[in-house]
Design a protein around this ligand. Structure first.
Ligand code: UN1
Length: 509
């Protein structure tokens, strides 16, 4: 604790944790140092779980599932409604803690909590809409229907960049679906996880005694405890957000034991700027998509194809926006671009920029912004004009780098847009209906999210969220993503006294 007092952000972070009711033993003297990327200072020392603790928590969640699955779904929705209320009350605190722990600007920290509130509202409605179909049968005197049942313990592995919202997409749906939840947050964002857990605990207390112990557990720790979650036979579904490398490990491990996976992995998101695009709006949309959250969203815009006829008008305007955007301490200034998460992110960015130069790219920006804080990594977002889509452009670097390339032919731009391994989000900027529709058609964007005249990031919770190819194929959040969190039973009921067999088979005994 003593060292923490010298760190300017430790006190405000711990004050929020205290106010939200997190016991100091969880964050004051533990083994895991939590660092704020705003100044590189320590803000907490979190107690970590070992593999045995992880297994114990999973088993507690499994026991809780035996009870929770029989609580009526609308009643389960009531818990999530209360959680949404508690989040509203704690929005300022939790949003600020998100800013302190992962460096988001205040409106994005608050926006993240709003996203949690939104998914709670969605899930409350859903709790009365877990519909199954009634299906016409070919047999007289029969009825066929499907029923959606709770699945079990849902494991959630989340990343530092959306430390609480992504968990909530999974948890809010899982809880109304009758599941229990075990969460392994990023090691870089455990304080926000503890805070969220405390907010949920308030809702559970208000909810009453039909919420079993173990309904939602958090496991703080390293890869080893993540592996316990992924390999545990009592976890039928794991929803994991992170790198494609992580997904390549998690996916096959789950497949080996026939567990379900929702994988939300890398994105290398692209957009096409057509000749008819509204340039004022497009500059703003591209600026937010590429530089927002310091380029650390999985939906961040990383590749931009600009039609040659507008290239010389549009790209200088964009470059000016990159050159002038305020980079700085997100809590002490009104900067729009805060810090990178750590030194590793900074090094990966510099490596990508070096590789881009080697591949013929012309780099504007990308340098470190000196705030006199040796352990914090602020950078000017980089706009890199590339002669073609090659080298680092083909990979996701989790930093604010936008690769810009000219195009001549729309179909060719769409082909190039799709010629990367990831398939999360995409956009086209055009006033031409034909181009817009072609981008959205089956031969257009191959991503899970395809937008017209808005950027690639900042999706609402009402739609299904996720992507194709190396993004992993899972869907979270809205639409009918809930179905992945339940098991479907097909029921055929014979209310006659005869026994007609399907397909006209006779078996007269
Ligand atoms: C992520 O970066 O992992 O669409 C999630 C968005 C946010 C969620 C991003 N609603 O940018």
């Amino acid at each position: 604790m003593a060292a923490a007092h010298h760190e300017p952000l430790a006190e405000p972070a711990q004050e929020i944790l205290r106010r939200l009711g997190v016991p100091p033993a969880a964050y004051a003297n533990g083994e895991l140092r939590t660092i704020s990327p705003i100044d590189g200072g320590q803000i907490g020392r979190v107690r970590i779980d070992g593999p045995a603790d992880a297994a114990r928590k999973i088993e507690a969640a499994h026991a809780a599932f035996q009870v929770w699955r029989s609580v009526p779904a609308p009643r389960r929705g009531e818990l999530v409604r209360l959680f949404g209320e508690e989040l509203r009350a704690a929005k300022a605190d939790l949003g600020r803690l998100v800013s302190i722990e992962v460096g988001k600007i205040p409106s994005e920290g608050l926006g993240e909590v709003q996203e949690m509130i939104d998914i709670c509202d969605f899930a409350v409605g859903l709790s009365r809409q877990l519909y199954g179909l009634t299906i016409a049968t070919e047999r007289p005197g029969h009825r066929m229907m499907e029923t959606w049942h709770p699945l079990g313990v849902v494991g959630v592995i989340s990343a530092f960049n959306f430390p609480v919202a992504v968990w909530s997409w999974n948890a809010a749906l899982a809880l109304v679906c009758g599941n229990t939840v075990v969460w392994k947050p990023s090691e870089k964002a455990s304080l926000t996880a503890l805070a969220t857990q405390a907010i949920l605990a308030r809702a559970v207390t208000r909810f009453g005694s039909d919420a079993p112990e173990g309904l939602a557990e958090v496991i703080v720790g390293d890869r080893a405890v993540g592996e316990v979650l992924v390999d545990h036979p009592q976890v039928p579904l794991v929803s994991a957000t992170g790198s494609t490398r992580m997904g390549r490990d998690v996916g096959p491990r789950l497949a080996r034991r026939f567990a379900r996976a929702i994988l939300e992995l890398g994105g290398n998101n692209g957009a096409i700027v057509c000749p008819s695009a509204d340039q004022d709006m497009t500059v703003r949309a591209v600026a937010f998509a590429a530089m927002g959250t310091a380029g650390q969203r999985c939906t961040t815009l990383r590749r931009l194809f600009v039609h040659e006829s507008v290239y010389n008008q549009f790209v200088p305007r964009l470059k000016a926006a990159f050159g002038s955007v305020a980079v700085g301490d997100p809590l002490a200034t009104t900067a729009l671009v805060g810090p990178l998460i750590d030194a590793g992110a900074y090094e990966a960015m510099q490596q990508a920029l070096a590789a881009a130069r080697l591949a013929g790219g012309s780099v504007a920006g990308g340098e470190r912004v000196d705030l006199g804080r040796p352990d914090a990594y602020y950078v000017r977002p980089a706009l890199v004009e590339m002669p073609e889509q090659a080298g680092p452009v083909l990979e996701e670097t989790f930093a604010p780098i936008l690769y810009v390339m000219p195009y001549t032919d729309f179909e060719d731009a769409v082909r190039k847009h799709n010629a990367v391994a990831a398939g999360l989000s995409s956009s086209v900027f055009t006033r031409d209906l034909g181009e817009a529709e072609r981008f959205l058609a089956s031969e257009g964007s191959d991503c899970g999210i395809a937008n017209v005249n808005i950027g690639t990031s900042g999706a609402e919770i009402g739609g299904a969220f996720g992507g194709e190819k190396e993004t992993g194929g899972g869907r979270e959040s809205g639409s009918d993503a809930w179905k992945a969190y339940m098991r479907r039973a097909t029921n055929t009921i014979n209310y006659s006294r005869a026994l007609p067999l399907a397909q006209g088979v006779s078996f007269d005994i």
